[in-house]
Design a protein around this ligand. Structure first.
Ligand SMILES: C[S@@+](CC[C@H](N)C(=O)[O-])C[C@H]1O[C@@H](n2cnc3c(N)ncnc32)[C@H](O)[C@@H]1O
Length: 234
């Protein structure tokens, strides 16, 4: 595992999400060779959901993870999925309406969630923490709306654990330059400036989360981080 880096990861501008929204899922699938579906399944499994648990998917984008939670739990778990980007949400709406009645979509800023304290049993945040203008505020808000002991699963792109694979992967990342017209060229830099699991662990610990665990997925191309809301004061 690589250590923490202090380098700032470039954020994806909202204008890029506006532009890529209709192709976002297909691009994810192609660029990850279909592995993104497995990563989402692993993320849902890490929450250990029981029927009736209330889940919040923050920065849901096109709703893929929210839908995976609904599917994996056969609709027995109500999912609230939120994002600030209307175009991404409109793709999520088309995908969840009308069959996925257990998924509700809300447009809001993750730094100011319009939900009551302690109102969710679990939360997810996938491929989005470094797009947040204020990461600490986002984590603080997720903590506030989770009940004590509630779990956060955070999924992120990272870099392969082993040197040879890492070198090959860095070469592969140049493919993002080829789809620069969509505004995806910065994704190469975003992945290269990966700050390491220690940076996520520190962010979560500072935000009042405990019992941090992490594991690499697909040899380290993605990383799943989990932590629980501590039982201290909100
Ligand atoms: C790379 S996409 C990830 C989408 C989705 N979670 C997934 O797994 O594919 C990042 C998302 O974060 C959202 N986002 C960025 N800043 C946000 C904010 N302040 N509040 C809520 N969502 C935000 C973007 O609009 C975008 O949909």
């Amino acid at each position: 595992m690589q250590g923490a880096s202090t380098a700032e990861r470039p954020k994806t501008p909202q204008a890029v999400f506006d532009r890529v929204a209709p192709y976002y899922d297909a691009l994810n699938s192609v660029l990850s060779f279909g592995m993104d579906r497995r990563w989402r399944r692993e993320t849902v499994a890490a929450l250990g959901l029981v029927p009736g648990a209330r889940v919040l998917d923050v920065a849901t984008g096109t709703g893929a993870l929210a839908v995976e939670i609904a599917r994996a739990t056969s609709g027995a778990v109500p999912v609230t999925a939120c994002d600030t980007n209307e175009r991404m949400l409109s793709v999520a709406r088309a995908r969840t309406d009308p069959a996925m009645r257990s998924v509700s979509l809300v447009r809001c800023d993750a730094a100011s969630l319009p939900f009551d304290d302690d109102s969710f049993d679990a939360a997810t945040l996938a491929f989005a923490i470094d797009d947040m203008p204020d990461r600490a505020a986002c984590i603080g808000e997720i903590r506030r709306v989770l009940r004590a002991g509630g779990r956060l699963a955070l999924l992120e792109l990272s870099q392969p654990d082993h040197g040879v694979l890492r070198t090959g992967y860095r070469a592969y990342l140049r493919v993002f330059r080829a789809i620069g017209r969509l505004g995806y060229e910065h994704l190469e830099q975003e992945i290269l400036k990966y700050r390491g699991a220690a940076a996520i662990e520190a962010l979560l610990a500072e935000g009042g989360f405990v019992a941090y665990q992490t594991r690499s997925l697909s040899g380290g191309i993605a990383r799943l981080h989990t932590a629980d809301k501590g039982r201290g004061p909100s």
